[in-house]
Design a protein around this ligand. Structure first.
Ligand SMILES: [Zn+2]
Length: 71
């Protein structure tokens, strides 16, 4: 059995698309790595920072989004 890579990698386009699907935006213009906080804004205009890993979620899991809208 092969072991799948533990670290998932994302890119800025994936995050922007994901944010747009949720009605928001990714305001950061630079992707550093999956655990580096990026700036997002939700459809209500709340700004918040989350890492790509948190936003995209773990495999088959649900990602996080605006802490004010989903608290
Ligand atoms: Zn919000």
């Amino acid at each position: 059995m092969e072991t799948p890579k533990k670290k998932r990698t994302f890119d800025l386009n994936m995050l922007k698309e994901h944010a747009e699907k949720l009605g928001g935006k990714c305001l950061s213009e630079k992707y550093v790595n999956s655990t580096f906080n990026l700036l997002f804004v939700c459809k209500e205009g709340h700004k918040f920072r989350l890492t790509p890993l948190e936003v995209m979620g773990k495999k088959s899991g649900v990602g996080k989004w605006c802490p004010k809208c989903f608290s």
